[in-house]
Design a protein around this ligand. Structure first.
Ligand SMILES: *[C@@H]1O[C@H](CO)[C@@H](O)[C@H](O)[C@H]1NC(C)=O
Ligand SMILES: *[C@@H]1O[C@H](CO)[C@@H](O)[C@H](O)[C@H]1NC(C)=O
Ligand SMILES: *[C@@H]1O[C@H](CO)[C@@H](O)[C@H](O)[C@H]1NC(C)=O
Length: 496
């Protein structure tokens, strides 16, 4: 009688599962691509939808059970046991009812929606972030903090809870970034409220320990004393205090853990932070901007390229509006299903945090873009690699590297297309020459990795600064030596 109803609910739940199955791309790491983080927003909506659907189904089921219970109660109230004993028809009705209704109760309670829901949650159909994803996201924050020299307050716009800050602090501590850990713990302490999981004692202890690891014994002692004030019975803390005091007498330095050292020692970080030498930027401004037809290339006569010399030695050329928004959207659409964590030669890499894919030339848009690169550079695409599309995640970056490194048929030149603007961070920087190129959607930059004699041009070492705010998409075309024998001298002569 009631059996079909919960079956229907179950079907609804299952059909929902099928939808989610189609919508989710299985098994990818989340943190290395901001695009995938955006997909997570969708994922969360799905999860909430399913949860609501489950609650509704349970509610419906519960109402069914209540209705059965009510009917049975009413029926049994009418029975006069004396009468039933004497009335075979009434007895028959009772027996039949007990059997049927009881079975239907059994049916309605057996089909456990709860179990179906649990199975769904654990089936891997939903792309619920793993612990690794969470740690990766925290690492991304710490990476950004490191490069851009930021305090937690500088990074946080909205609300960041005590527990969230504590977790980031723990990850920083694990990475032996003790000063950052200390600042996250401080932030956590500031945000501490009654419902936080982390306790004041824990935080004071961690503050003390990270200060000790950083070398700031006076601060470490201060916090362990605060910890002891809260819990004077903690023998470990008393022991630690004694230890720190002894060490303090032996050490001469006591670095300031409260102030981040913004004096840059490395050119990469300074360039990423936009601390470009003023002479350099003046020199960069003096360089010229012009239209080019690629030396009379018929395809470019009607639509000349907008060229700008970003740098002279080594020459770095920016092409503006080299690719349309529509083409960019198509390239992104082609890439999304295939994105996987970037590999470099040694496998999955911590140096390059992004997701990437090589696109096949048999797509008309990919072929068109490749042709345009050939027209712009005057180089042959015969031996070039496939177009390599990359999406950078939270803290996504590519540390200083060379595109070429003494191989046969070397990557002679790099054509780097920016497929998005990046709000903060994400510049392409050349630490050896002090150049920072900002991503600008639709533009591309081009340079030779090799000198004319075939040696690697050491000035072309470059890096992708971590993305702070925004979603960075680029496409790389690595052009190789073979096939360029008669091309490069011509294309260069214009500039020399
Ligand atoms: C109980 O469920 C079974 C299998 O789903 C069905 O064959 C049977 O008719 C149901 N019985 C009642 C009383 O609803
Ligand atoms: C003291 O340290 C030991 C070993 O690290 C630990 O097992 C113990 O729980 C600590 N005691 C307190 C009170 O924290
Ligand atoms: C790219 O994909 C999105 C989402 O699937 C779609 O709405 C859009 O029309 C696609 N764009 C192009 C140019 O194919």
């Amino acid at each position: 009688m009631f059996g079909g109803l919960s079956g229907m609910i179950m079907k609804k739940l299952l059909s929902l599962v099928t939808c989610v199955w189609i919508a989710s791309t299985a098994g990818h790491e989340i943190f290395s691509s901001t695009d995938q983080v955006m997909q997570l927003v969708e994922e969360e909506r799905y999860l909430l939808d399913i949860f609501k659907e489950y609650i509704d189904a349970e509610e419906e089921n519960l109402n069914t059970l209540k209705a059965i219970h009510k009917r049975l109660t009413q029926l049994s109230n009418f029975e006069d046991s004396e009468e039933i004993m004497n009335d075979p028809v009434a007895a028959y009705k009772l027996i039949r009812r007990l059997r049927n209704e009881w079975l239907s109760i059994v049916n309605s309670t057996q089909e456990s929606l709860y179990e179906a829901f649990q199975n769904l949650l654990h089936s891997g159909v939903l792309k619920i972030p793993s612990n690794e994803d969470l740690e990766g996201a925290a690492l991304g924050l710490i990476e950004l903090q490191d490069i851009y020299k930021l305090y937690p307050e500088d990074m946080i716009e909205g609300f960041f809870s005590s527990d969230e800050a504590f977790h980031v602090g723990l990850v920083a501590f694990e990475q032996e970034k003790f000063q950052f850990a200390f600042h996250w713990f401080l932030y956590s302490l500031e945000m501490l409220y009654q419902d936080s999981s982390v306790t004041k004692q824990q935080l004071l202890y961690h503050l003390s320990f990270s200060a000790y690891k950083f070398g700031s014994l006076s601060v470490a002692i201060n916090f362990i004393i605060q910890h002891l004030n809260l819990d004077p019975t903690d023998e470990n803390a008393s022991y630690i205090l004694t230890l720190y005091r002894t060490l303090q007498h032996l050490r001469s330095s006591d670095p300031d853990i409260y102030t981040l050292n913004t004096e840059s020692t490395d050119s990469y970080g300074a360039l990423c932070r936009g601390e470009v030498d003023r002479r350099t930027s003046r020199r960069q401004r003096a360089l010229s901007c012009r239209y080019s037809t690629g030396g009379g290339n018929p395809r470019l006569i009607l639509a000349p390229l907008k060229e700008e010399i970003e740098w002279d030695e080594p020459q770095i050329i920016r092409y503006h509006d080299i690719i349309s928004d529509k083409e960019i959207e198509i390239l992104k659409n082609l890439s999304r299903p295939q994105l996987s964590r970037s590999m470099i030669y040694s496998g999955i890499s911590k140096i390059r945090v992004s997701q990437s894919v090589f696109l096949d030339e048999d797509d008309a848009v990919v072929a068109r873009v490749t042709q345009r690169i050939a027209d712009a550079t005057g180089l042959s695409m015969e031996t070039a690699e496939k177009l390599h599309v990359q999406n950078y995640g939270i803290g996504g970056k590519y540390e200083p590297h060379y595109d070429a490194w003494y191989q046969v048929n070397e990557r002679i030149a790099t054509f780097l297309i920016y497929m998005s603007d990046v709000k903060i961070g994400g510049a392409t920087v050349f630490p050896k020459v002090g150049v920072a190129l900002q991503p600008k959607k639709g533009s591309a930059v081009f340079w030779y990795n090799l000198e004319k004699n075939g040696d690697v041009d050491l000035r072309t070492e470059h890096a992708g600064c971590p993305v702070f705010v925004g979603n960075k998409w680029v496409a790389n075309k690595w052009i190789h030596e073979f096939g360029q024998e008669f091309r490069r001298p011509c294309s260069l002569s214009e500039w020399e």
